[in-house]
Ligand binder design. Structure first.
Ligand SMILES: Nc1nc(=O)c2c([nH]1)NC[C@@H]1CN(c3ccc(C(=O)N[C@@H](CCC(=O)O)C(=O)O)cc3)C=[N+]21
Ligand SMILES: [Mg+2]
Length: 288
């Protein structure tokens, strides 16, 4: 069997079109949705990502502000910028690009973002709301994966799902969203004994480990859907995921490629979250 290759670029484009329509409605009502993206330091990959995010905003008719600071910015200075953005009525979403330099406590920074502007969904109150079944913002990458599964018409009720990787930004919220949709979810980690035993039982496998080639074709149930969240750069500068694409694509029913799978969806869902934030502030009548 050769897996269907899921086109994340195309799905992301259609979601961004819907965002553009909602942005136009809000703008006519006098509320231009705004996103602030904050980058500390000059990591090359981070610069590419934040520029892509800002470009996607402009294309969808959102207002965006890119704030770039040198790597030696103090934590206090960053917290102070966040407080200013929290109070800025033209800004509905705030994203602080991770990772942050080591001298800055990322937890403290995330908790400083107003929960109602936390379009990454990383704030503890948003994590708690997701866990208790009343999400405000769903973290963009897992949210994008859910949209992929929906567009592939994957039945989640009663399905067996395995999430490989237990990070706060992907693995754990991914498991929560799958669980809320009725799947039976196992979260595996780097210590899991016999990872293949788990993945072979799964109808849905989501891989977010940061280690290329961790999941191979022999670990996949024939026909399963495999979602590759990994983004790794090979020695020759090419992008690759965490899944061994060559072998898995011979066994899976469907697979997301890297690039062109989950990555573009992450950006599309960031725009969705920003629109939702702006719509909520408009409905509450607080913002101009
Ligand atoms: N606060 C915060 N929020 C994030 O959402 C966040 C972050 N920090 N730090 C870094 C990661 C990474 N991330 C990506 C988003 C899109 C692509 C993407 O569009 N990837 C393209 C390829 C892009 C390329 O060519 O490099 C693709 O997979 O097709 C990748 C990675 C968001 N992140
Ligand atoms: Mg740190």
């Amino acid at each position: 069997m050769t897996a269907k290759v899921i086109d994340g670029v195309k799905l992301a484009a259609s979601i961004r079109e819907q965002v553009a329509e909602r942005a136009a409605v809000l703008t006519r009502q006098g509320v231009k949705p705004g996103l602030a993206v904050v980058l500390v330091g000059s990591d090359a990959a981070s610069q590419v990502y934040v520029r892509n995010k800002v470009a996607a905003c402009e294309k969808a008719g959102l207002h965006s502000v890119l704030e770039q600071y040198p790597a030696d910015l103090t934590e206090d200075a960053l917290l102070s910028r966040i407080r200013t953005l929290n109070a800025d009525k033209t800004i509905h979403g705030i994203l602080v690009q991770l990772p942050l330099p080591k001298h800055i406590d990322a937890h403290r920074v995330i908790e400083a973002i107003a929960a109602e502007k936390d379009v990454d969904g990383f704030h503890i109150s948003n994590a708690g709301l997701l866990m208790t079944g009343t999400p405000l913002f769903r973290p963009c990458t897992p949210y994008g994966v859910m949209k992929i599964l929906e567009s592939e018409q994957v039945v989640l009720r009663g399905a067996v799902a395995v999430v490989v990787g237990a990070s706060n930004i992907v693995g754990k919220p991914m498991a929560m969203l799958l669980q809320a949709a009725g799947a039976t979810v196992t979260i595996c980690n780097s210590k899991t004994r016999d990872l293949a035993w788990h993945t072979r039982h799964a109808d849905i496998v989501v891989v977010a480990t940061g280690k290329p080639g961790m999941v191979t074709g022999d670990m996949i149930k024939p026909g399963a859907i495999v979602i590759d969240v990994g983004i790794n750069r090979t020695a020759d500068g090419k992008l690759c995921g965490d899944v061994d694409y060559a072998s898995v694509s011979q066994v899976a029913g469907a697979i997301t490629p890297v690039p062109g799978g989950v990555g573009p969806m992450t950006i599309a869902m960031l725009l969705v979250n920003t629109i939702e934030a702006a719509e909520r502030s408009n409905a509450s009548g607080i913002t101009p």
